[in-house]
Design a protein around this ligand. Structure first.
Ligand code: AMP
Length: 269
């Protein structure tokens, strides 16, 4: 496994590589990341994983600072998985090129996380453009857990020849989606988060053509909001093609975001 930290390293290592699979991450690796890496290894000749906690996509300095980091453990996981390359750029390395024009997300797309995390996706799109430009992968493996992220990247990334491959969300047995942020929660908070997710999944199964879905979800959101130390940001059914609010289950998913003790979790199903 080669560790690469700058453009020279990348150019040298990747010069003759064809069908390169890329898994961008912010580290603190878990089974969700591992599933992306395994798919890349299956579908590509070589796999590169980046670990970069991108300050520009955090709308809150405190959130950036407390974001979990575990470089040593991550590297040992990547080595065990026999990943070919790990890209560990510094903030300075990524932002040394200033030429990227500002990303502007349209008003219609300022929904879900784009509504509540100001500047977040602008930061994600910008850093992905930089990573793609540096790495030039054929395929990029990303998780559906961040459905809106994939949706906006497909819409706003400047023309490039990499293909984004969507990978399904990996969950714990209790149905909670794996997330690096889960490590910031206490055991009882994890249990509460899992219970909320399971209940909303059950609720979704009970919804039918007759249901006033918006009303049911609003009522559920209000009930969740009354729980101690829980704050719900959104709970909405949206069409997966255009992310418009939907009142039909077909081609739609429930999207939700909530805080438990100031730790923000998102999911969709
Ligand atoms: P992150 O390190 O949180 O920025 O995530 C890096 C990539 O892993 C993104 O494409 C995420 O969507 C994906 N990912 C995170 N959690 C999961 C999960 N539970 N299942 C599948 N993919 C995930």
């Amino acid at each position: 496994m080669k560790i690469l930290i700058n453009n020279n390293d990348l150019n040298e290592a990747l010069e003759n590589v064809s069908n390169l699979g890329f898994v961008p991450t912010m580290g603190s690796l878990h089974k969700g990341h591992i599933s992306l890496i395994k798919q890349s290894k299956k579908k590509c000749n070589k796999t590169i994983v980046s670990i970069f906690v991108n300050p520009k996509q955090f709308n809150n300095k405190n959130d950036f600072e407390k974001y979990p980091r575990s470089k040593k453990r991550d590297l040992s996981i990547l080595k065990r998985l026999k990943v070919n390359y790990v890209y560990l750029p510094s903030v300075k390395e990524i932002y040394k090129v200033k030429k990227f024009s500002k990303v502007i997300i349209s008003k219609n797309d300022k929904i879900l996380c784009a509504k509540y995390r100001k500047g977040h996706f602008e930061g994600v799109i910008d850093v992905m453009e930089r990573l793609i430009e540096n790495i030039k992968p054929q395929k990029i493996f990303m998780g559906e857990k961040d459905f809106q992220q994939i949706y906006l990247l497909k819409k706003y990334l400047r023309k490039h020849s990499s293909k984004i491959i969507e990978c399904k969300t990996i969950r714990e047995r209790n149905k909670l989606a794996l997330s690096s942020r889960n490590s910031l929660l206490q055991k009882r908070e994890i249990n509460l988060a899992a219970k909320l997710i399971t209940n909303i999944m059950k609720l979704k199964k009970k919804l039918n053509m007759q249901s006033n879905i918006k009303k049911v979800l609003n009522k559920t959101a209000n009930e969740i909001d009354k729980l101690q130390n829980v704050k719900i940001e959104y709970l909405e059914l949206r069409n997966v093609k255009n992310l418009k609010i939907s009142n039909k289950l077909k081609n739609s998913k429930i999207f939700l975001s909530f805080y438990i003790n100031n730790i923000r979790l998102i999911d969709n199903f």
